[in-house]
Write a protein that binds this ligand. Structure first.
Ligand code: 4UU
Length: 549
């Protein structure tokens, strides 16, 4: 059975993302409307500033480096209000933005730079050394490392974003005409259903669609003007811009709707509370651990959070207990969305007025989307009401993984659906609820931990002959944590000291979210199929069973 979105289809214009945001014939707010405010310095970009700054930066790229359509720029930086104008200037010049976690180690960043073919890197001063070393490995010249943020390089060696936009233009730079259905706006990295991180190609059309699809829902409730202080609804900007969640829902949606984002460089609960009180913030797009912090931590009591009406939770499961705990304590509603990097990202979403009605559900299909629930491996629709793998269709679905036609083929059905690798049920009202994950991906606090990547690193350890990494539920922290099951070379100790040595060794090679917080267990073998394929799900189910007992 094909499930259709219950909402009226939207007309999605055939337009590039820059023009979609900045050349609208009529928008419901003035150019002077504040859109991004830095939580620490109070520095602000209005809509008009964003437009002019992005134009200057785009023109600067063309005149300085002859930036071409399709050239990729990596963004290796924590949230900064300079990211939106830099990203949009890049798009104006026909470029593609590829964001990376600023806590990536040198090998992780090098992989993404190489795979994406990045020609320049945007970063901030504290991250410059890693950026510099990775750039050197892949042959990006040092003068193509661009700094954003308030700190300039005292040695003057690295160029600041503000100087690129002030470059005097030679020639006559022009907006690059992109093919909105085929040219990419972003190249984000996800392991998808299996294996190592892959470049998820997201076209201009994908992003324009998802901005319209999701804002058509939330702009019924949040407005650029009015509200408690007359200055409109303000969002707390704590979700990383380097993840598709922040990229679409915080950067692009805010520019489109005219809401103001109070952007924090990193999540700090007390600072978040201060900002909510100071700016009378009314909502935020967050992952579940943020909800956990607000619902449990004593520090929250010290602040007046009464302006806060809603959290939108996505990127990992939100339990009804957690949503209820937040409501009971602070009377802040939580609604849930679901999606993936491959869906740009939002696919299903609850509305704020559905609070309390369908707890645990991730809501209904966004406009212009269709879904099927399918028996895994068989491609046959499950009986109505039964769990099945969610397959999705819509204008926000990515065209494929970069340079990986086989992976792309494996993830698309013959009838044009994207296979999510997540197991869902649908109720009679069209509410979708995620009940399990078919794929082996682990999510630590909303961040991806691809087991195959950790296993690959572990197998490089001199003492390890085999390894299998799975996710273990950590109820206290409302997340999964990665745990490794390891076969050591014969005769080696299998004690706590050895386990700690391996955990620490791996941690030195990866970003902090990939740390083996679930520990290391030594085993004599890991489950494999007859053909030698690791059976991570078999191990995961065995561990779940054992823990239930
Ligand atoms: C259970 O994390 C994301 C997308 C985040 C998002 C989506 C819709 C945020 C807000 C929103 O409204 O993308 P990825 O690619 O990093 O991870 C995708 C995976 C999914 O396949 C699923 O396993 O993250 C998991 N996931 C969820 N799981 C995402 N949202 C949920 C959810 N419940 N609500």
């Amino acid at each position: 059975m094909v499930y259709e979105s219950p909402y009226e289809p939207l007309t999605i214009p055939e337009i590039d993302l820059w023009s979609f945001l900045f050349e609208r014939k009529s928008k419901p707010f003035a150019d002077s409307k504040e859109i991004f405010t830095d939580s620490e310095t109070g520095r602000t970009y209005t809509f008009g500033d964003l437009r002019s700054t992005s134009l200057e930066f785009g023109k600067g790229l063309q005149s300085l480096w002859n930036w071409q359509r399709g050239d990729v720029m990596a963004f290796y930086t924590p949230n900064s209000i300079d990211t939106p104008p830099a990203m949009l200037g890049l798009l104006w010049a026909g470029g593609i933005g590829s964001p990376a976690n600023p806590l990536y180690t040198e090998p992780e960043l090098t992989f993404q730079l190489k795979d994406s073919g990045a020609k320049a890197i945007v970063t901030q001063l504290p991250f410059i050394e890693t950026a510099r070393r990775a750039a050197k490995t892949v042959g990006i010249p040092e003068d193509r490392i661009i700094l954003i943020g308030d700190a300039h390089d005292p040695s003057g060696h690295f160029r600041h974003f503000s100087t690129i936009r002030n470059t005097s233009f030679s020639g006559r730079p022009t907006a690059v005409k992109v093919d909105v259905r085929n040219d990419l706006a972003f190249l984000v990295y996800s392991s998808g259903t299996t294996g190592l991180p892959k470049g998820v190609c997201l076209t201009h059309h994908n992003i324009v669609s998802n901005v319209l699809q999701m804002s058509s829902m939330d702009s019924m409730y949040f407005h650029p003007y009015g509200g408690i202080d007359g200055k409109g609804d303000k969002g707390l900007g704590i979700t990383p811009f380097f993840h598709i969640y922040g990229l679409t829902c915080c950067i692009m949606v805010f520019i489109y709707t005219g809401w103001e984002l109070i952007s924090m460089p990193r999540f700090d609960l007390e600072r978040a509370c201060q900002l909510i009180e100071q700016y009378k913030i009314s909502f935020a797009y967050v992952p579940p651990p943020v909800i956990l912090a607000f619902s449990k931590h004593p520090i929250v009591e010290k602040y007046d959070l009464s302006s806060m009406r809603m959290f939108h939770s996505g990127a990992a499961p939100l339990t009804p207990e957690l949503a209820t705990a937040l409501w009971d304590r602070l009377k802040i509603a939580v609604k849930q969305g679901y999606g993936l990097s491959e869906t740009a990202p939002v696919a299903t979403m609850q509305l704020p007025d559905e609070w309390g009605k369908f707890m645990g559900s991730t809501g209904k299909l966004l406009p212009n989307m269709q879904a099927r629930l399918v028996e895994p491996d068989e491609g046959r629709d499950v009986e109505v009401g039964q769990p099945g793998e969610l397959w999705l269709k819509g204008p926000n679905i990515f065209p494929g993984y970069l340079n990986l036609p086989e992976n792309t083929k494996a993830t698309m059905s013959a009838d044009g659906y994207f296979k999510t690798g997540d197991i869902f049920v649908v109720d009679k009202y069209g509410n979708f609820t995620c009940v399990d994950r078919l794929k082996e991906l682990i999510k630590y606090k909303g961040f991806q931990v691809p087991p195959a990547e950790l296993e690959g690193i572990l197998l490089g350890h001199k003492d390890i002959t085999d390894a299998c990494v799975i996710g273990i539920e950590d109820k206290e922290q409302a997340t999964e944590v990665p745990r490794a099951y390891i076969v050591l070379k014969p005769g080696l100790p299998t004690d706590a000291a050895k386990a700690k040595e391996i955990v620490d060794w791996l941690a030195s090679l990866t970003a902090p979210h990939k740390k083996l917080r679930g520990g290391v267990h030594f085993v004599s073998e890991v489950p494999k199929s007859a053909s030698g394929k690791l059976l991570r799900r078999v191990l995961r189910d065995q561990v779940r069973q054992a823990e239930k007992k």
